[in-house]
Ligand binder design. Structure first.
Ligand SMILES: Nc1ncnc2c1ncn2[C@@H]1O[C@H](COP(=O)(O)OP(=O)(O)O)[C@@H](O)[C@H]1O
Ligand SMILES: [Mg+2]
Length: 255
């Protein structure tokens, strides 16, 4: 589904990514772990078009995507969440979902201006889908609250719902449980498992090893921009290189 070949990203003299090879098979949950500053977010930024590799290539369903802008990549079926939540804080939870669906419909601006049947039909469909997503993520009760006023866990779930509103095939999750308590974290794990059951593919950056064990089919480990290990969660846990990478960093497991 997703393939990275020798992807490197230089920021001035800093090699944030060094010749990364990665394969994310369809309908799998793949974990990406590594100490702070390892390059995990940079990797997701490069897949989602927010940033571009200095060299190497990224393919999604056989198509090269590493030079495309973010909106083209979204249109191809890749959605993401952010480590630092990016919601429209002044808008309600529901409005955040409706605005991200914008552009998915077929109705034209003219349809909207004349308020055509097609436009009304699509509006109704998009609203129904938004309400389904709110329900799925336990957010129905806060649908009309401003996103910025929601508790942290709700904001994280809303970010995931918003990514899902673009109807992606591949979801990129950047530390989706950061700031959540253990119960919320496990529930989010169940949401990730449900994405896979629905046929989606997931690449998830995560520090919580119990979540990695709960949801991941396989795991890649990034350290100083390089993949140092790849395997099942159990294989990774016992890999000496991985243990050393974490112990060698003072802020291991932090963020
Ligand atoms: N836009 C940027 N410009 C310069 N350096 C950056 C930029 N983005 C990230 N970096 C650097 O790249 C490295 C990897 O960062 P990041 O991908 O955020 O790590 P992680 O998500 O694994 O904690 C860090 O040293 C960070 O400071
Ligand atoms: Mg990060």
């Amino acid at each position: 589904m997703l393939e990275l070949k020798q992807v490197s990203r230089l920021f001035g003299g800093l090699q944030a990514l060094q010749a990364v090879d990665m394969l994310v098979p369809a309908n799998r949950v793949v974990g990406l772990i590594g100490p702070n500053g390892a390059g995990k977010t940079t990797l997701i930024n490069n897949i989602s078009g927010l940033d571009h590799p200095s060299s190497g290539l990224i393919r999604f369903q056989q198509q090269e995507i590493h030079r495309l802008p973010p909106h083209r990549i979204t249109a191809l079926g890749i959605a993401r969440t952010y480590q630092n939540i990016r919601l429209f804080g002044e808008m309600t939870a529901l409005e955040n979902l409706l605005i991200s669906q914008h552009g998915r419909g077929r109705a034209t601006m003219l349809d909207a201006l004349v308020f055509s049947a097609r436009f009304r039909r699509e509006e109704r469909y998009l609203r129904e889908m938004a309400h389904h997503l709110l329900e799925r993520f336990g957010l129905t009760g806060v649908a009309h609250m401003r996103a910025g006023n929601l508790p942290y866990g709700d904001q994280r779930r809303l970010e995931m719902a918003r990514a899902l509103a673009t109807q992606p095939q591949l979801m990129l999750l950047d530390e989706p449980t950061a700031g959540m308590n253990p119960i919320e974290t496990e529930q989010l794990g169940e949401q990730i498992i449900r994405l896979r059951a629905d046929g989606l593919t997931v690449l998830v950056i995560e520090h919580d090893m119990s979540l990695i064990h709960q949801v991941c089919d396989e795991v890649y480990v990034l350290n100083f921009g390089q993949i140092i290990a790849h395997g099942t969660p159990d294989e990774i846990k016992n890999n000496p290189l991985v243990i050393e990478a974490y112990l060698g960093h003072e802020e291991a497991g932090g963020d």
